[in-house]
Write a protein that binds this ligand. Structure first.
Ligand SMILES: [Ca+2]
Length: 193
């Protein structure tokens, strides 16, 4: 995939390198090759899922507030919920963005999205792409309606700083919940270039 992930204004080549025979921690890498250098980040020690769902680049998107686009990687797919990681190569040392945590995130650096009618999740930019303002949404049934919780964060040094005062709880009908901004079954849709 091509896009400016280093933030220098020129497009870079981005790809995943998967090798099950490599040492733990090196089996799955995200690689960014720019004009000047090649940078590598590990996808983590346990992130080569069995076929047919190996990790794959979902998109290049301006998720955090550092320079350049970030690499959004689909890492794990559950029965209905999927999990993405965000890898940043611009504006400092390459780093993986910390996640929001919370009940359904398997680890702190995963972003959950998708789900079923019984439990929906989503992640997206909450402001202008590249501002680093992130909204993490969940929806669970409450009777014949849904309880939607939207938690807002600001990226800061590859972590998410909670903006607790902007947390919102909304009750919406089942008909509306699948159309709610932030709950579409795709990670960071409005952060994309
Ligand atoms: Ca570049």
């Amino acid at each position: 995939m091509r896009g400016d992930v280093t933030g220098d204004g020129t497009p870079d080549e981005v790809w995943l390198a998967l090798d099950r025979s490599a040492p733990r921690g090196c089996r799955a890498l995200v690689v960014a090759r720019s004009a000047g250098a090649t940078d590598v980040l590990s996808l983590g020690p346990r992130t080569i899922a069995p076929s047919p769902n190996p990790p794959a680049i979902s998109s290049l998107a301006a998720v955090d507030d550092r320079a350049g686009l970030d690499v959004v990687v689909d890492l794990e797919a559950g029965a209905s919920t999927s999990f993405a990681g965000v890898f940043s190569f611009g504006g400092g040392s390459p780093a993986r963005l910390g996640g929001p945590g919370g009940s359904s995130s398997v680890t702190r650096d995963l972003f959950a999205y998708g789900g079923s009618v019984g439990h929906l999740e989503g992640v997206d930019c909450a402001g202008e792409a590249g501002s680093g303002r992130i909204v993490v949404s969940t929806a669970v049934p409450r009777g014949d309606r849904y309880l939607v919780t939207r938690r807002f964060f600001q990226t800061e040094d590859s972590k998410l700083r909670p903006l607790a005062e902007l947390r919102q709880r909304l009750v919406v009908s089942p008909r509306r919940v699948g159309k709610m901004p932030g709950l579409v079954p795709s990670p960071f849709p409005s952060c994309r270039a």
